[in-house]
Write a protein that binds this ligand. Structure first.
Ligand code: UDX
Length: 438
């Protein structure tokens, strides 16, 4: 088993580190955040992720997993160092690589033996070449280092499963030595490994994410047309899904994609293309459709209501998708300010993301309206004038149509996730609007 270090304990770094320990490697996770390290040492996960905390505790107790802020200690004798730090979007849409550069510099100062540096973070094509040169430029000791690409495809909420049971591992390598070491690292996972060049590996990550984003935007575009011509997008998706060239996943029209990857990675590839003198028209279209889609329900509601002023508005679901407390690019972040501006009194429910949301929108008077966080769906719906559904949590999906009719003052529901059968809602007396259906 190998001695591995992982830089960054966000979704990518922490999940990778824990899973490497789970298959038997000796892993040290590094982060600059002292409080986070302390929290993890106490057995707690800094992120909400199914199954992660249990694996953290198990492997920490078994002595295979360590957490530290001391990067030197972690890097000096590592066989491989994985970089899983953030590459956030910056003003012009490109990826900000400053955290990667900081880690690269720390690696250059610390390594005492030959070592493979593996970039897991999503980085623009060509970055691995630059990281390798950068580390070589700053190397303090007489050792050989090489950089490999190993993009991460985990989805939030299912990150551990996605890592331990990934459909494929992509490795981007420029030497047989790097390939051999990565094969050894991934051998205990018993998963298919696709070995390609570093630049192809970097591109596979963007091309995959952007393809999925495009698939969703395509269905949202079709959904908007379905409404105009009287078709039902869910029936359309069902019919399409039987064609295995299309597949049956990521065909759900809704309130647009959010999260930490699709919005950022579409913009980054669009930027990279323009930088290379090329216009990536399909990806650009996916971005445009998504921007409009996120406020589609709000716009529909504005056509139906004169104003939201002093209306009780129930908002069910705040996170960008179920299974996570992450709010990055969540549709709620765009819609709630619009409602508050119009003077709505919002009663918001989310099983896990309320704390994160209230850090951005504190409870009480806000703009022309107000926001109150409630811990039950019933409290949100009671005497509400209108309800918005933003996230398909199980607890929200399980609410029967009659509950809206029974609890709300006016049962008017705008559903961004197509959770209900319009006919059933109508039967219960609920005025119901969804995406891509009459
Ligand atoms: C995604 C990719 O799935 C993952 O492989 C990559 O590594 C990171 O980005 P994630 O952002 O965690 O993962 O969530 P995902 O489940 O893919 O959903 C992304 C967004 O698309 C969510 O807002 C979701 O609601 C939306 N979505 C997804 C749809 O609107 N329709 C669909 O059919 C599927």
């Amino acid at each position: 088993m190998l001695n591995l270090a992982v830089a960054g304990t966000g979704y990518v770094g922490l999940v990778a580190g824990v899973c490497f320990a789970e298959v038997g490697h000796q892993v040290t996770c590094v982060d600059i955040d002292e409080a986070k390290i302390k929290l993890m040492k106490s057995g707690r996960s800094p992120i909400y992720e199914e199954g992660l905390e249990a694996l953290m505790q198990k492997n920490y107790e078994a002595g295979r997993l360590e957490y530290t802020t001391d990067y030197r200690l972690a890097y000096e004798n590592a066989d491989a160092i994985f970089i899983g730090v953030g590459t956030p979007e910056q003003g012009n849409g490109s990826a900000n690589l400053s955290i990667i550069a900081t880690v690269a510099r720390q690696i250059a100062e610390s390594v005492l033996k030959d070592c493979l540096v593996v970039v897991k973070s999503t980085v623009p094509i060509g970055t691995n070449d630059k990281v390798e040169q950068f580390i070589k430029d700053f190397l303090v000791h007489d050792v050989k280092i090489e950089v490999a690409s190993n993009p991460e495809f985990l989805a939030q909420g299912t990150a551990v499963k996605n890592t331990l049971e990934a459909p494929r591992i992509i490795i981007g390598i420029e030497s047989a030595k790097a390939e051999k070491l990565l094969m050894e690292i991934y051998e205990p996972f018993h998963l298919p490994v696709v070995a390609v060049s570093r630049r192809s590996a970097e591109m596979i990550k963007y091309a995959s994410n952007d393809f999925l984003a495009l698939k969703i935007s395509y269905m949202n575009d079709i959904a908007n047309l379905c409404e105009l011509v009287g078709a039902d997008v869910q029936e359309v998706a069902l019919g399409m899904s039987f064609d295995d060239r299309i597949g049956n996943r990521f065909l759900d029209a809704g309130i647009g994609y959010g999260g930490s990857c699709f919005p950022k990675d579409t913009k980054a590839l669009d930027y990279l293309a323009r930088e290379n003198g090329y216009e990536l028209r399909t990806v650009k279209a996916a971005i445009d459709v998504n921007n409009d889609q996120k406020t589609m329900l709000y716009k529909k509601a504005c056509k139906r209501l004169i104003t939201f002023h002093r209306l009780k508005v129930a908002v069910l679901g705040l996170s960008f998708k179920p299974g996570t407390d992450d709010l990055r690019e969540a549709p709620s972040l765009l819609n709630i300010p619009l409602l508050l501006e119009q003077g709505a009194d919002i009663f918001a429910y989310d099983p896990v993301a309320q704390n994160n949301f209230s850090a951005k929108f504190p409870e009480g008077i806000n703009d022309n309206g107000s926001i109150t966080y409630v811990n039950s769906i019933e409290l949100a719906l009671e005497k509400a004038n209108v309800c918005f559904l933003f996230t398909e949590w199980d607890s929200i999906k399980s609410i029967k149509p009659n509950v809206y009719a029974d609890l709300m003052r006016t049962p008017l529901v705008y559903d961004g996730r197509n959770l209900y059968d319009p006919k059933e809602m109508k039967k219960e007396g609920v005025e119901y609007y969804s995406i891509g259906r009459k």
